[in-house]
Design a binder for this molecule. Structure first.
Ligand code: CO
Length: 139
C-alpha cells in the first residue's frame, strides 16, 4: 500500500545516449524490444525513442538543438547512462507539498510543467534521492 500522496507505478526510465541510432539498434536487435521511430521534442531539447516493455517504458534521449538539458550529462557520461526515473503520482501538487515538507528539493520554480507526455511533471534533486534524478508525473 502506498500513501495517497506517495509514488505509484514506474512510468519510465530515461537513458541519455550519444548515438540514438546505435542505441535503438541495441534495444531492438540485441535486446529484442519494440521501439518507436525517433520523435523530436524541440520544446524539451531532446529527440526520444520510446522502448515499449510489457510493464513500463525506456526512453532513449538524445540532445536536440542548442542548450539541450541533457548535453551536460552526456559530456560527463560520454558513453551515455541512466538519466532519470519517472514515478507516477495521482495528484502532483499534493505529492510536491508532501515531498517539500519532507525536505526534498524540487528543481526549477517548483511549479509543475507539461512534460514529454503532455502531463504535468516535476523533477526532484538527485542528491535527495540516492544520486538519481527523479521525475514525478501526474498519470
Ligand atoms: Co522522463
Amino acid at each position: 500500500m502506498t500513501q495517497p500522496t506517495g509514488i505509484g507505478r514506474l512510468n519510465h526510465v530515461a537513458i541519455a545516449v550519444p548515438d540514438l541510432a546505435a542505441a535503438t539498434a541495441i534495444y531492438r536487435d540485441t535486446l529484442g524490444a519494440r521501439v518507436s521511430d525517433p520523435v523530436d521534442m524541440p520544446e524539451h531539447g531532446v529527440t526520444t525513442v520510446f522502448v515499449e516493455l510489457p510493464n513500463t517504458k525506456i526512453e532513449l534521449l538524445h540532445p536536440f538543438g542548442e542548450g539541450s538539458p541533457i548535453a551536460g550529462f552526456l559530456e560527463r557520461n560520454p558513453s551515455g547512462g541512466m538519466h532519470h526515473v519517472c514515478y507516477e503520482v495521482d495528484d502532483i501538487h499534493a505529492a510536491r507539498d508532501r515531498l517539500v515538507a519532507a525536505g526534498a528539493r524540487v528543481l526549477g520554480d517548483g511549479e509543475p510543467r507539461i512534460g514529454a507526455h503532455d502531463k504535468p511533471v516535476l523533477f526532484l534533486h538527485p542528491k535527495d534521492f540516492c544520486g538519481t534524478l527523479v521525475e514525478i508525473e501526474q498519470a
